[in-house]
Design a protein around this ligand. Structure first.
Ligand code: SF4
Length: 370
């Protein structure tokens, strides 16, 4: 296949015993010996009425999450024979997502606007989701390519150095979103995902911008998808605890960004509060309670080795031993970086090497995917 010529490391990486053991379930889905989590969730019956109170629905979600984890322990042939249920655990999560949209708390900005009624918070999205592109991505980490990548328009962050600023924010308050991206329903998103799978994608990779403001559409699309393929969440990870609860059991592979090692840099460069507290909390949760198959992307920023890179690596080594890291050296001073002299350059090779040496010192696995 062409991708093997473009990315010979994509095959070779699976000779690495550490990668095989850390990503065994993901590999099993690719080999057909495991079943994607969202398909299993569709067979877990859930009796509820969409008119039930949010409290009751959230309590039921917690109970079903425990049942779901028991179900994951069953043998694959038994799971394969289970019937798909219309009122499933997945449907319950989608129902709650639409309730959250009435006072949006998908991310920790917690704008609490009614997006169903057409109101907009920081991300400037109503209930509709828009995508800027979808294609087989050959540039993702070795274990992921070819990746069926779906780029959502808009973001809940305002990073001054955003490398994808055209999708995330440059259009805001300049052009209507309809002019720069294509609206998708949950069903259309499912068709798109299945087309990418038909073309050879190893995973469906929800990214942007950021997928967080589109949780409801993504959950809705999973109800229509039927292919045994890994579902991958590629995000800034600034979810609320409630919204993470909606997706934690259905995502097979996590690809979070971890940019800053403190709250102050998060406020200064992305305009958000409590960055470190939220991001560390969410990483810990998907590591301990979710699939635990994670590649953390860390973009090395100039002059931010001591305040950001090293504290992140310290946390990963101590709290997230199953995670693999991608230490990225491709920071470029784009968008509004020139307003911040300390980041208005590329990181030096010495800075990047210092971070990699520190990761080695802590025993963090990064080479196979960086
Ligand atoms: S997704 Fe985040 S930024 Fe967008 S409206 Fe909801 S809380 Fe606000």
């Amino acid at each position: 296949m062409v991708f093997r010529l473009l990315r010979p490391d994509a095959s070779k990486v699976w000779e690495d015993e550490n990668i095989i053991s850390r990503f065994s379930r993901y590999k099993g889905i690719m080999d057909g010996t495991q079943i994607a989590r969202y398909l299993i969730a569709k067979s877990l019956e859930c009796e509820f009425n969409p008119q039930d109170s949010l409290d009751d629905l959230e309590k039921l979600l917690q109970e079903k999450s425990i049942e779901f984890k028991d179900l994951l322990m069953k043998e694959v042939p038994e799971l394969k024979n289970r019937e798909i249920i219309p009122n499933s655990y997945l449907k319950l999560a989608e129902t709650i997502a639409y309730k959250y949209l009435e006072s949006c708390i998908f991310c920790e900005r917690q704008c609490k606007v009614n997006r169903i009624d057409g109101n907009k918070g920081y991300c400037l999205l109503t209930k509709d989701s828009y995508i800027s592109s979808a294609f087989l991505h050959m540039g993702e980490e070795s274990v992921l390519v070819p990746s069926g990548t779906i780029f959502f328009q808009s973001c809940n962050f305002g990073c001054v150095f955003c490398q994808n600023y055209d999708i995330s924010q440059a259009w805001k308050n300049r052009r209507p979103i309809e002019e720069v991206a294509r609206k998708v329903s949950d069903k259309q998103l499912a068709i798109l995902a299945e087309k990418l799978a038909d073309k050879g994608a190893l995973n469906i990779n929800y990214v942007g911008g950021d997928p967080i403001p589109n949780i409801h559409t993504i959950l809705g699309s999973l109800i229509y998808q039927n292919i045994n393929i890994c579902q991958l969440w590629n995000s800034n990870f600034y979810l609320t605890e409630q919204s993470l609860s909606l997706i934690i059991d259905f995502i097979d592979f996590w690809l979070p960004d971890w940019k800053y090692g403190n709250n102050k840099c998060g406020k200064k460069y992305s305009g958000i509060e409590n960055y470190l507290d939220v991001i560390a909390r969410n990483h810990k949760r998907v590591h301990d309670e979710g699939s635990g198959e994670i590649i953390i992307r860390h973009l090395v920023m100039p002059n931010h080795i001591e305040c950001c890179s090293k504290p992140i690596l310290d946390y990963v080594a101590k709290e997230l031993p199953k995670a693999v890291m991608n230490i990225m050296g491709q920071f470029r001073p784009v968008f509004h970086s020139s307003n911040y002299p300390e980041i208005n350059r590329r990181p030096t090779s010495k800075e990047i090497q210092e971070v990699k040496n520190y990761a080695d010192k802590l025993g963090i696995l990064w080479r196979p995917v960086s």
